[in-house]
Design a protein around this ligand. Structure first.
Ligand code: HEC
Length: 129
């Protein structure tokens, strides 16, 4: 009988201690998660990303026109909302978000290190720098 009470006490303590935890951890949205540099340059960091793969299709016939001389204006024409990466179809298409066409192809998604740069550039105001 004594053992039974000891066991009960241990169980009760366990329940009591277990109740001491935070229900709401800060919510982390997993979008890849590396460090995003502070001052991202369009011409040096972003424009080169379109070379090859993207320009192969987006060469003037399919908007956005991602050829170097046209890409900034074309992207700002409806594909990028400065300061709002999560409302920019450019970024949403790179992370294959629902509701936009997945780029560069449905089977091929960029690593977060690359799409995070695009996110950072947009959130820093999508400057033509
Ligand atoms: C195989 C050809 C092809 C490649 C490669 C490609 N795209 Fe596209 N992209 C398209 C076509 C076609 C459309 C328009 C029709 C559609 O939405 O599917 C499009 C649409 C888009 C859109 C608009 C999406 C929307 O839903 O509004 C963006 C932004 C975009 N592409 C960016 C890119 C970027 C950045 C790359 C390189 C990572 C890329 N694309 C690579 C063919 C391609």
């Amino acid at each position: 009988m004594k053992n039974f009470i000891k066991i009960l006490i241990v169980i009760a303590m366990g329940l009591f201690l277990n109740s001491c935890y935070y229900d709401s951890f800060p919510q982390v949205i997993d979008e890849g998660g590396g460090e995003i540099p502070d001052d991202i340059s369009y011409s040096e960091d972003i424009m080169p990303l379109w070379e090859g793969q993207c320009v192969a299709c987006h060469n003037g016939n399919i908007p956005p026109d991602l050829r170097p001389q046209n890409s900034y204006n074309s992207l700002l024409d409806g594909f990028v909302e400065p300061g709002k990466s999560l409302e920019s179809s450019l970024y949403l298409s790179l992370i294959h978000a629902p509701g936009v066409s997945p780029m560069p192809t449905p089977e091929n998604k960029w690593p977060a290190a690359k799409s995070d740069l695009v996110k950072g550039w947009i959130d820093q105001g999508a400057k033509n720098n």
